[in-house]
Write a protein that binds this ligand. Structure first.
Ligand code: KG4
Ligand code: ZN
Length: 362
């Protein structure tokens, strides 16, 4: 049955996945069926509190925290899903990310695969984000996307647009030249003393502020330019606070947060719609941690409605780092014939298009 499920997409395939690329240790069991990935368990242990005093992720602290968390997190995910007997295969994020952090998940997955004689596959973290809308989730925007679609992936480490013709046919259309969108949220928040991670705090403050209070220049304005640049915004905020002082609380801070968020969101939505128009697709996807942003979700929904394209965004929990998305992407790779052995290693960099091409060639 297990061997047939690995090759026949009409049969359910249940995958246990581990994710440890950055500052969350996560494990999840997903049963992949023809209508999408059904999440049987979704355990996420965040290390944010351990990194917060440093204003960002400290790789050494991340590795140690993953080491402490990985066994209990996997155990909880498996128990919640109904035990080891339901698991057909293992998937693990093997890149891109912090190598020391990734290695913890990779070594755990290899040990489990060896001991339990389960097939194993290393998954690209960005492919996980991109395929997250294929998880069957309440509170998602839009149902399962249809190919071809254009995907905007906006997280703490990456911001790029892709054209996806199938789960394993992915082409990059444009990416950031410097900071990622999530990094812009985080750096601005740090600058005005809002702590780490900045995205959720700015999101919360922005909901109460006036987005037109401070005018920041839109980066990479060219109509057909599908590249991003967010480092200038950090400088602009720096100049603004040098002139006007750092608003400590209340209206001033809310207005600044709303203005920063609007600058980032307008830019992301404009480029996403430009890419959809250029590629002639009827479906667009937004994923990655920044896709949890309420301002981005609302603006994208409005823009997509006006243009007549259908928007798909996972619920916030499946936008930020999680292992359910890795399980789904793992199932795609396993069914494409990809298998990794005990030689599987962590990769700091790994273009998602390369992952897709390897899966297609298998
Ligand atoms: O995908 P993710 O969890 O990890 C990476 O792969 O990077 O993304 C984390 C990023 C952080 O920069 C965080 O500030 C941002 O996503 N983020 C948000 C929100 N929630 C998380 N940015 C804006 N609004 C949010 N609500
Ligand atoms: Zn991520």
């Amino acid at each position: 049955m297990r061997d047939r499920a690995l090759s026949d997409p009409s049969l359910p395939l249940t995958v246990l996945a581990i994710e440890s690329s950055c500052d969350e240790t996560a494990a999840s069991v997903v049963r992949v069926e023809p209508d999408g990935g059904h999440v049987l368990s979704d355990v996420i242990w965040s290390q944010i509190a351990e990194h917060a005093p440093y204003g960002g992720v400290v790789p050494e602290i991340a590795s140690r925290a993953h080491l402490r968390a990985v066994v209990p997190v996997v155990r909880e995910a498996v128990e919640t899903a109904g035990g080891w007997s339901v698991v057909d295969a293992l998937a693990v994020t093997s890149g891109p990310g912090l190598v020391g952090a990734l290695l913890v998940g990779v070594q755990a997955a290899k040990a489990i695969a060896y001991a339990r004689k389960l097939p194993l596959v290393g998954v690209n973290h960005l492919a996980g984000h991109m395929l997250a809308p294929f998880l069957v989730r309440e509170q998602a925007i839009g149902a399962r996307p249809e190919f071809p679609f254009v995907a905007l992936l906006a997280s703490g480490g990456h911001t790029a647009l892709y054209r996806c013709d199938s789960p394993t046919a992915i082409r990059e259309l444009g990416a950031t030249r410097d900071d990622a969108a999530g990094e812009a949220f985080d750096k601005v928040a740090k600058l005005v003393g809002l702590g780490y991670p900045g995205g959720p705090v700015i999101d919360r403050l922005a909901a109460k502020g006036n987005a037109d209070a401070v005018k920041f220049t839109q980066p990479m304005r060219g109509r057909d330019n599908l590249e991003f640049s967010f480092s200038g915004l950090k400088t602009a905020v720096n100049v603004h606070v040098a002139r006007n002082g750092i608003p400590t609380e209340g209206r001033g801070l809310e207005d600044l947060a709303a203005s920063v968020q609007k600058t980032i969101v307008d830019n992301l939505v404009r480029k996403l719609l430009a890419a959809a128009r250029r590629e002639g697709v009827a479906h667009v996807v937004i994923s990655g941690g920044v896709a949890a942003n309420r301002g981005l979700r609302a603006a994208a929904l409005e823009g997509c409605r006006a243009m007549g394209v259908t928007l798909h965004v996972p619920p916030a929990r499946s936008c930020t780092d999680n292992a359910a998305m890795i399980a789904y992407a793992g199932a795609v790779a396993l069914r494409a014939g990809v298998r990794d052995g005990m030689g599987l290693n962590a990769r700091a960099t790994w273009p998602v298009a390369e992952w897709a091409a390897a899966a297609q060639a298998s």
